[in-house]
Structures are given as C-alpha cells and as structure tokens.
Design a protein around this ligand. Structure first.
Ligand SMILES: Cc1ncc(COP(=O)(O)O)c(C=O)c1O
Length: 368
C-alpha cells in the first residue's frame, strides 16, 4: 500500500512520536486537556439538541451565529475597539481567518512578519507565493501578534506598535492582527487591539482554540469595512459556514458560564507550568538562552551551535521526548540553533523528566 501523504520530515517525525508510548511532548501548541470544560459542554450539547428548531444540526448563515458574534463583539468593545456584531465573521478557527484576510487584502507580494513567527501563518503566506519581510520594514501587508506572540510569548512594546501602525498608514498597507493568545497574559491584563487604533487598516483575527478547545474549530475575523463583503464571500466559498454545532455549543456555554473565571484559572495553571519548565531548563539546559514569556503556551530557546532541528528531534524522540524545531518558526534561515518548548499540555510532574531527556538528546546530537 502507498504511504499516506505527510507535510514533510518534521511532520513525519511528529506523527511517529505521537504514536510512541510514554513520550513527553513539548510539541504543538496544544492546550491542557484538563482545562476543557467537558461537563459544561456536555450539558450544552444535550440542551442544543433538544431545542425545537435544532439549529445546531442545521445550516446557518456564512457570517455565523448572531448571538455568538454579539459575544465576540462585546469582548472587543470592552478592549477599546469600535465594532458591532455586524463586523464579525465566525470562521473555522483563526487559521481560516488568516487565509481569508490574505485572500482579500490588496498587494500581498510581500508580507512583513516577526523573525520568529507562527508556522501556520508562514505556511499560508509562502503557499500564496508571498516573500517575507522583517515586520518593521516597508511592506503593503503585515502579520503581527501584538497582544501575545507565538513562539516567544511576549506583548509587543508600545514603540513597535506605533511604528507598525505608522508604516501601514504611510504605505497604504494593511495589518493582519492575530490575537490568538491574547487571553493568556499571566498578569491577566487585557490589551487594546490594533483594531481599536486603525479599524480601516486591520484584519483582526481571534479564536476560542487556546482558551476553550481547538476541536470546536471556532475563530473569527473582523475585516476593515471596505473588505467586509469580499471576506464574507470568501468565507462562503470556502466552507459555507463554521460548524453550527460548535457555534451553538459556544453560545450555550457562554450564556451559563463565567468565561473570565475560566480564563483566570487557565492562566494560573499555565503560569505554574511555565515556572516548572523554566526551573528545569535552568538546571538541565544551562547552555541555552531564553526570555521568560509573559503569556502564551511556550518557551523559545536558542543556542550558539549549528545543529539541525531534524537531527535533534530524532535523537529526542529516541529518548522519549518531542519539541518543535526552531526552523519551522523562522522567517529566514539562521546559523543559530533554536527550539520551541510548549509547556501547556505537559502534566506538571512530567516537565522535569522531559527536560532531562531533552538534555541527554542534545548532548548526543551535538557530539554525533
Ligand atoms: C498564533 C496562532 N494563530 C492562529 C492559530 C490557529 O488557531 P485555530 O486553532 O483557531 O485555527 C494558532 C494555533 O496554533 C496560533 O498559534
């Protein structure tokens, strides 16, 4: 039988690793499954299926459920944006929102991105044939994560935000603002989205994947009004609508649950894991450099030696640990070695063991 297609050597290694029993995986930006509100979603499921119209199993409008769009708009308004539910398109995850934004944005031969960036967005831009510029160089399109970056877990400094907006205005450009990790700021501080500063220049992208569960596949896009109709047409052409079932579940969940309380529990859980990972890395991987993240799911580590991520990942999987090689996140190749470790989905008690395995793999791969 022919082998099933994969997305390249890292993907193949990751898939093999996922099959390995006892593997400790710092790969993949996965939320902690212990935080999934299973009981509440279970109750919501029974409720939405028993509604007489059963909208959860029916087709819906391409822009998505009206009450869900209300809730999304309310949260953006609370952060300073001037939007209404009419501006929100519910998408199948933030990933689709980025895809739609890119499809409708004018002049996208070059996209300005961070030197280390979310690989799913890089794949979209490269797949569309765009070349990648440094974020703060002159481009007509920019992709940024101002509220919380992936992989570094940092909020964009005020001066950089101002510079990005200035560049976009000066070059008649547009910004795709990816807000996926906004709610994970460990201090619990919300941030003012770029959408609030320049609604006519910003495609704002958000998601419930990192805060509730990615399996629902619900995200959103707020496009500048001049592009709203084209964005809606794209959404409809791609998949008609986001899942009715997921949207109805979310509406029901948000109606009865205190989402902010959930977020605060989530932040303290991830903060504990981050601290445990940092202590382990300090002790067992002292040769690597990193900056403590102020949110997000991961730690970005860099070393001075040239070492291919694939070689280290192979050695790591042999030791029973996985991570994301730094190459996947980079705008351009670098002689320095890097990796991303996600602490989010690893049980706290396994974190140190995983880092001990990784340190062993690093020694082997560096000497071999
Ligand atoms: C920065 C960033 N944006 C978007 C996504 C995609 O999110 P979704 O599951 O909503 O498609 C991810 C997922 O890892 C991400 O890290």
């Amino acid at each position: 039988m022919d082998a099933a297609p994969t997305l390249g050597p890292f993907d193949e290694l990751a898939r093999d690793a996922a099959e390995q029993e006892g593997l400790i995986s710092f790969a993949g930006g996965l939320p902690d499954a212990q935080l999934f509100p299973k009981r509440q979603l279970g109750a919501a499921f029974l409720k939405v299926l028993s509604a007489p119209s059963c909208a959860a199993l029916q087709y819906g409008w391409p822009e998505g459920s009206a009450p869900l769009r209300e809730r999304i708009a309310e949260r953006l308004v609370a952060r300073g944006a001037h939007v209404t539910a009419a501006d929100v398109i519910v998408t199948s995850g933030a990933q689709q929102a980025i895809l739609i934004a890119l499809a409708v944005a004018p002049r996208k031969d070059t996209v300005g991105v961070d030197d280390e960036c979310y690989p799913g967005a890089l794949a979209i831009f490269r797949g569309a044939g765009a070349s990648l510029n440094p974020l703060l160089a002159e481009s007509a399109l920019y992709y940024a994560m101002p509220s919380m970056s992936n992989p570094r877990g940092q909020r964009m400094p005020a001066a950089e935000r101002a510079r990005l907006l200035e560049l976009a205005r000066a070059h008649d450009g547009y910004i795709i603002e990816d807000d996926a990790y906004e709610a994970t700021d460990f201090r619990g501080e919300t941030s003012r989205p770029l959408l609030a500063e320049a609604p006519d220049r910003v495609f704002h992208v958000g998601t419930f994947s990192k805060t509730l569960c990615p399996g629902l596949r619900v995200g959103w896009l707020v496009a500048p009004r001049a592009f709203a109709q084209r964005a809606l047409e794209r959404k409809q052409n791609q998949d008609l609508q986001a899942s009715s079932l997921s949207q109805e579940l979310l509406v029901e969940y948000l109606k009865h649950e205190d989402f902010d309380r959930h977020l605060s529990r989530l932040r303290s859980r991830y903060l504990k894991k981050r601290k445990r990972l940092e202590a382990s890395v300090r002790e067992h991987l002292p040769q690597l450099r990193w900056t403590s993240p102020s949110g997000g799911f991961s730690l970005w580590l860099e070393g001075d030696h040239p070492l291919a991520g694939e070689d280290l990942l192979r050695a790591a999987v042999d030791e029973g640990v996985a991570f994301d090689p730094g190459e996947s996140f980079r705008r351009a190749p670098s002689p320095h070695f890097a990796l991303r470790l996600c602490y989010s989905a690893v049980p706290e008690r396994q974190i140190e063991r995983g880092i001990i395995r990784l340190a062993r793999a690093l020694r082997k791969a560096s000497s071999g």
